[in-house]
Design a protein around this ligand. Structure first.
Ligand code: G3P
Ligand code: MG
Length: 240
């Protein structure tokens, strides 16, 4: 599979999002790159979770930031997706990095952060990455939140970072430059060639989320985008 297809939340169409099973499913589909979301627990550890609460993706309830890592690890993050995945835990970032390294997956860690938590999130990220053996390739740290990316830059100057924006009309230029971002990740909706091509020509690495339609992926690649995030990376690769 071309490395430019990135499994979104693992392979969110085919396995529960942001779980170890999702990482394994992405690898099984031939994917070499994955993205997942992380958030702080009550005890300052990073866990894989997209939403501010566990309500949508687990059989439990509550705000991630108010739950201890041990509680989160004991939750079922698989059964809501499919009974076949019942018992799949909410993984810590360190657990996920261990599995990704074992599967030789390149990782984009998307840091989701409450206001005021930037320094704690950056510190937790560094601590988690120290817990796992070094990957061949450093992970990328991405976020919609420019403040937390700046905190990551301070805590771990060697880690590449990426700026995420819902649309190209959003204000990203200044942060992109100040942070020395490696790439710009932008939402797929409404993206047009006349907005994307000039950025590609400028030498900016653009990756687009979330692309589950092979025709759209083909179009984006024809404009020179560097990567697409997909919930079904195997199907996209097969169609391309
Ligand atoms: O990192 C790209 C993409 O995952 C951002 O959107 O809401 O799926 O985390 P979201
Ligand atoms: Mg994400």
């Amino acid at each position: 599979m071309p490395p430019r297809i990135i499994g979104h939340r693992g392979a969110a169409l085919d396995a529960p999002e942001n779980t170890l099973a999702g990482l394994r499913e992405a690898a099984r589909q031939g994917c070499r790159r994955v993205e997942f979301d992380v958030r702080l627990s009550a005890d300052g550890r990073l866990v894989l979770m997209h939403d501010t609460t566990v309500d949508r993706t687990t059989t439990a309830t509550g705000r991630v930031r108010e739950l201890l890592l041990a509680r989160l690890a004991a939750m079922d993050a698989g059964a809501r997706f499919d009974a076949a995945f019942a018992g799949e835990p909410v993984p810590s970032l360190a657990d996920a990095m261990g599995v990704a390294n074992a599967l030789d997956l390149w990782v984009d860690i998307e840091l989701k952060c409450d206001p005021g938590d930037s320094a704690a999130a950056a510190a937790a990220l560094v601590a988690s990455l120290e817990r796992v053996r070094p990957a061949v390739q450093l992970p990328l740290v991405s976020s919609f939140d420019h403040t937390v990316l700046a905190a990551v830059r301070t805590a771990a100057p060697g880690l590449p970072v990426a700026v995420i924006v819902p649309t190209l009309a959003d204000d990203w230029r200044a942060a992109f430059g100040t942070l020395g971002a490696a790439s710009l990740h932008v939402g797929e909706r409404g993206l047009t060639e006349d907005r994307v091509k000039p950025l590609v020509d400028e030498g900016i690495e653009v990756a687009v989320y979330t692309v589950n339609n092979p025709g759209r992926a083909r179009e984006l690649f024809s404009w020179g985008v560097a990567g697409v995030f997909s919930d079904c990376p195997g199907a996209i690769a097969a169609a391309l």
